[in-house]
Design a binder for this molecule. Structure first.
Ligand SMILES: [Zn+2]
Length: 412
């Protein structure tokens, strides 16, 4: 396989992402939520590609399109390779989709090389949670982690998940059948980094070590609303000033703690008037770190800090934990194979934690899972300006091929 061939394949994988980007709910913008009409167009395109490769194609009951390539005399156990085809509103062309178009190029290369490792390409139906507010519906089904209670979720139009699946022509009762069994030896996802780290280090590729754990809190500071003109500064109980002091502490702690990201992204202010001292403010806070103990330590320190600020300023304080999700490590052995694959191309294998959730995180709860990141120019994602460099896409394809060659040898 010459380099020219992989470069042409990288160009084709990119062109297909651009083509799929045209399949949208909104003209001029890329918006393709779970089980909406453009999803059918994407399925038709991918199905053609899969069938041309001789794959057995199935649309499972959660709407995941799956093509299985089973080489003659191949092992019964297969490697799942894929990513998601749904998007956030006004998305870029590559988040998720590139992991599917590259998986198809990879499967074709494996076929040409007569690798005996069966590959199942999966176009996960739902990862972003943009329609029903809950992410990873597709990969939950494949991992056998789908909770039937989710079927009662409703979208903005009041359509339940159950109804949406039915009107797409699928049977929600059959979702358990979408789960992989003993015949799956692992899962592999290729995805854009969606962040600036690889670009800052001038690297094409990164090996994901883990998906960061996440804490989300709602924190309320309660003071006393009063007249902004008549209440002297020393007699105020200003909830927003207390919150502002705390927000500065959140940033300071995150800046001095390696690997920690912490954000106050939401403020609800009451009464929210220019001439009234703020009486109540509720903050939406989140923190992420690849190591759970360090994340929990940081969160505890910040909650203690909020309490002492509140006490000093005679404010009430309430906090509600909305999410405490553990970090999910990727499989060490597969990550080592992936590192070797990158190094065999003469590139450094940067190990990197993912701050965002991915289908790989859900799949890792079921099978050994590896994830490859490629550079996001400008660190831009979830935005129409999201892009990729052809040479990075080619590097991802070449490294992925080395990786499956290694797996094929390992599981012969
Ligand atoms: Zn994604």
């Amino acid at each position: 396989m010459t380099d020219l061939d992989t470069f042409a394949r990288a160009q084709r994988a990119i062109a297909e992402c651009r083509r799929i980007a045209q399949m949208s709910e909104e003209p001029g913008r890329i918006t393709r939520r779970y089980l909406t009409p453009p999803v059918r167009e994407v399925h038709a395109l991918l199905r053609n590609r899969m069938q041309a490769l001789g794959m057995a194609v199935v649309l499972d009951a959660a709407g995941n399109l799956r093509g299985l390539m089973r080489p003659a005399g191949g092992d019964a156990r297969r490697l799942l390779v894929g990513s998601h085809i749904d998007t956030v509103p006004d998305a870029g062309a590559f988040d998720g989709v590139l992991g599917v178009t590259l998986a198809l190029e990879l499967a074709e290369l494996a076929q040409q090389q007569k690798l005996r490792l069966p590959i199942e390409v999966v176009a996960f139906s739902e990862e972003e949670g943009a329609r029903f507010g809950v992410p990873f519906i597709g990969s939950r089904a494949v991992a056998g982690r789908f909770d039937p209670a989710l079927l009662a979720l409703t979208d903005r139009e009041g359509v339940t998940l159950h109804e949406a699946i039915r009107s797409f022509g699928l049977d929600p009762e059959k979702i358990p059948e979408a789960a992989i069994g003993e015949h799956s030896l692992g899962c592999f996802e290729i995805h854009i980094e969606q962040g600036p780290v690889l670009e800052a280090e001038n690297l094409s590729l990164g090996v994901v070590t883990s998906i960061a754990g996440q804490s989300r809190f709602s924190i309320k500071f309660v003071g006393r609303a009063n007249h902004a003109g008549t209440t002297p500064m020393n007699l105020r109980r200003d909830a927003l000033s207390g919150a502002a002091e705390w927000i500065a502490e959140v940033e300071a702690l995150a800046k001095r703690t390696d690997g920690l990201v912490a954000t106050v992204g939401r403020l609800d202010l009451h009464p929210n008037a220019g001439n009234v001292i703020p009486g109540e403010v509720t903050l939406g806070f989140e923190a992420r770190h690849p190591e759970d103990s360090l994340r929990q330590q940081a969160v505890k320190a910040l909650l203690d800090c909020a309490s002492s600020i509140a006490a000093r300023r005679k404010l009430g304080i309430e906090s509600i934990c909305e999410m405490d999700q553990s970090a999910v490590p990727m499989d060490e052995r597969l990550a080592a194979f992936l590192s070797e694959a990158i190094e065999s191309l003469g590139m450094p294998s940067r190990r990197i934690a993912s701050g965002a959730g991915h289908d790989a995180m859900v799949m890792a709860s079921r099978v050994p899972t590896a994830m490859l990141f490629l550079r996001s120019p400008g660190g831009i994602s979830h935005h129409p300006d999201e892009t990729v460099r052809t040479e990075d896409v080619e590097a991802a394809l070449r490294a992925s091929l080395k990786f499956v060659e290694r797996l094929a040898a390992e599981f012969r």
